[in-house]
Design a protein around this ligand. Structure first.
Ligand SMILES: CCCCCCCCCCCCCCCC(=O)SCCNC(=O)CCNC(=O)[C@H](O)C(C)(C)COP(=O)(O)OP(=O)(O)OC[C@H]1O[C@@H](n2cnc3c(N)ncnc32)[C@H](O)[C@@H]1OP(=O)(O)O
Length: 216
């Protein structure tokens, strides 16, 4: 391993460590029953921590973190899969030929109805996993149409699986199907999704993502 690779690994591990600490903090905050004085004291400490992070350097809007690989969908700070994101589960993804599978467990930070996931969280997870599946075609694409059927509530604190696969490709249009199930009962579909992803024309890519064309 060369020095650059080991430096990237050190950074990856440190980003994941901060993400993990922040996820614990987020979960503790949304579950907290602390009294107002304790909450105010901790709020001051959180503001100081944020100021320290800001002072240590920030990337500008549109800059791609060096740890990302957009060609497979990997984003370090994705709200779905990013080890560095404070509210990502994060979903751990395996890629196969034309499909992807993600494993995750949701917490209080993702709650909608009591004890169950917010429907928008399930939708966000499926959108991203279906985007990764669409990328297995070799073309970068964006969601243009996505529909969900919520067949059963998605429980918090239970290992879950999200799967997405490409079912059709016609020119720039890629059709993808997805689902969320309990990991222990893959036949029990809780959320089903069907979506269409479109590969922008090269000039649209240049207009939307100037300077990033070679990364997509
Ligand atoms: C290059 C990307 C890099 C991204 C790299 C990130 C990598 C790592 C992250 C991985 C994770 C992924 C994350 C999840 C994926 C997101 O969430 S993407 C974000 C949400 N999506 C968007 O913001 C897309 C917004 N839409 C657009 O900007 C434009 O529709 C596009 C995609 C540039 C296409 O524009 P266009 O070429 O003008 O589209 P247009 O010719 O009107 O339509 C093309 C075809 O799509 C159809 N279509 C268009 N809109 C719709 C619609 N709403 N419903 C049905 N059909 C439609 C049209 O009918 C047409 O079909 P045909 O006539 O060809 O049969």
């Amino acid at each position: 391993m060369n020095t650059d690779a080991s430096e990237l690994n050190r950074r990856r591990e440190a980003v994941a460590a901060l993400g993990s600490g922040l996820r614990r903090l987020t979960e503790s905050a949304v579950r907290s029953t602390a009294d107002p004085e304790t909450l105010r004291r901790l709020a001051d400490e959180a503001e100081k921590l944020a100021a320290d992070l800001e002072a240590a350097g920030r990337r500008p809007l549109g800059a791609i973190p060096e740890l990302d690989d957009l060609r497979i969908g990997q984003r370090t700070f994705s709200p779905v899969t990013g080890a560095g994101h404070p509210s990502a589960p994060p979903v751990i993804v395996e890629r196969n030929e034309n499909c992807v599978r993600g494993r995750f467990t949701l917490g209080f930070a993702h709650e909608g109805p009591p004890r169950f996931s917010h429907g928008g969280v399930s939708a966000m997870i499926l959108d991203e996993l279906m985007g990764w599946a669409a990328r297995t075609t070799g073309s970068p694409s964006m969601t243009v149409d996505l529909a969900f059927s919520y067949r059963g509530p998605v429980p918090l604190g239970v290992p879950l699986m999200a799967e997405a696969e490409v079912t059709e490709q016609d020119g720039r249009s890629i059709r993808v199907e997805g689902r969320i199930t309990p990991e222990s009962r893959p036949e029990a579909v809780l959320v089903e999704a069907s979506g269409r992803f479109v590969t922008p024309e090269p000039e649209q890519i240049s207009a939307l993502f100037p300077g990033l064309e070679h990364l997509l």
